[in-house]
Design a binder for this molecule. Structure first.
Ligand code: CAA
Length: 244
C-alpha cells in the first residue's frame, strides 16, 4: 500500500513541485495551504492532489488539519515542512509583527506540524520528516533577520529530532534551497533581485522548484537520520544545458 505524505505550503512554488514529485513517486499526497483558495483549487484540478486549508502557525489548526488528512488518507508517514513566508525589512525598520509572523510560521510551523504527527511515527517505528530551510538560514541575508533566524532554527530542530528519531525508525533531514524562481522570490524588488542577488549566483540564474523537489524523492527520504541534507542550490545548480 502507498505511504501517505503531507506537504505544507504544498499547492504553490517549491511545495507544489514537491507534492507532484511525491505523487509521481507513488505516495498518497495531501497538500496543505493557508490562504490562496484560488491557487489551491487550480492545483487540485490540475494534479488530482487534495488540498487542505489551515495555517501552520496555529497549533490547534494543525492538529485538526492533520486529523482530517489522516481520516481521508491514513497515517502520515512522510511530512514535508515547506510552508514559509517573508516579511523582509532592514532590521532598523522591522516591526515586532514582521518578526513574529515569520518566526511563528517558518519555525513555529515546524513544531506545530511535527509535534502532533511524531507520536504516530514513533508508534509505527517509521517516519520521514523533511524540513525546507534556506541558504539564508546559513549565510544570513540583509533585510531578513527574521527569516534567517527562523530558517537557522529549522536546522537546529532538524538535527535534534534526527537524534531522537534514529532509535525509532524516523529520519529527519533538511534541504536548504537557494534563490528559486517562485512568487516569493519574484516579489523582491526587480532592481534588488537583478543587481544584488542574481549576480551572487555562480550559474547566473534562479533555481527551479523541480530542482528542489528532486531532492525530496525516495532517495533523500531514505538517508540516515543523522544526516542533514544541505542543498546549496545557489552554489550547486547546474547550467541549463548540463546533464543532471
Ligand atoms: N548588505 C548590506 N547592506 C545592504 C544590503 C546588503 N545585502 N542590501 C541593502 N543594503 C543597504 C542599502 O545599501 C541601503 O543603505 P543606505 O541607506 O546607506 O543607502 C540600506 O541597506 C537600505 O536598502 P534598501 O534601499 O534596499 O532598503 P529598502 O527598505 O528599500 O528595502 C529590503 C529593504 C526590502 C530588505 C530590500 O533590500 C530587499 O528586498 N532585499 C532582498 C531581501 C531578500 O533577499 N529576500 C529574499 C526573499 S526570497 C526568500 O527568502 C527565499 C529563500 O529562502 C532564498
Amino acid at each position: 500500500m502507498s505511504r501517505t505524505a503531507l506537504v505544507t505550503g504544498g499547492t504553490r512554488g517549491i511545495g507544489a513541485a514537491i507534492s507532484m514529485a511525491l505523487k509521481d513517486a507513488g505516495y498518497n499526497v495531501a497538500a496543505n495551504y493557508a490562504s490562496n483558495d484560488e491557487a489551491a483549487t487550480k492545483f487540485t484540478s490540475d494534479t488530482g492532489i487534495a488540498a487542505y486549508k489551515w495555517s501552520v502557525a496555529d497549533y490547534d489548526g494543525c492538529a485538526q488539519g492533520i486529523a482530517s488528512v489522516e481520516a481521508d488518507l491514513g497515517p502520515i508517514e512522510v511530512l514535508v515542512n515547506n510552508a514559509g513566508i517573508t516579511r523582509d525589512a532592514m532590521f532598523h525598520r522591522m516591526t515586532r509583527e514582521q518578526w513574529q509572523a515569520v518566526i511563528d510560521t517558518n519555525l513555529g510551523g515546524v513544531f506545530n506540524m511535527t509535534h502532533p504527527i511524531w507520536p504516530g511515527m514513533r508508534a509505527r517505528k517509521f517516519g520521514r520528516v523533511i524540513n525546507i530551510s534556506s541558504i539564508n538560514g546559513q549565510k544570513g541575508q540583509a533585510g531578513q533577520s527574521n527569516y534567517s533566524a527562523a530558517k537557522a532554527g529549522d536546522l537546529g530542530i532538524t538535527k535534534a529530532l534526527a537524534q531522537e528519531g534514529a532509535r525509532v525508525g524516523i529520519t529527519v533531514n533538511a534541504i536548504c534551497p537557494g534563490y528559486i524562481g517562485t512568487e516569493m522570490v519574484l516579489a523582491i524588488d526587480e532592481k534588488v533581485l537583478n543587481e544584488r542577488i542574481i549576480p551572487q549566483i555562480p550559474v547566473g540564474r534562479l533555481g527551479e522548484p523541480a530542482e528542489i523537489a528532486r531532492c525530496v524523492d525516495r532517495k533523500s527520504t531514505r538517508l540516515n537520520s543523522s544526516h542533514v541534507v544541505i542543498s546549496y542550490a545557489v552554489f550547486c545548480l547546474k547550467k541549463k544545458n548540463q546533464q543532471t
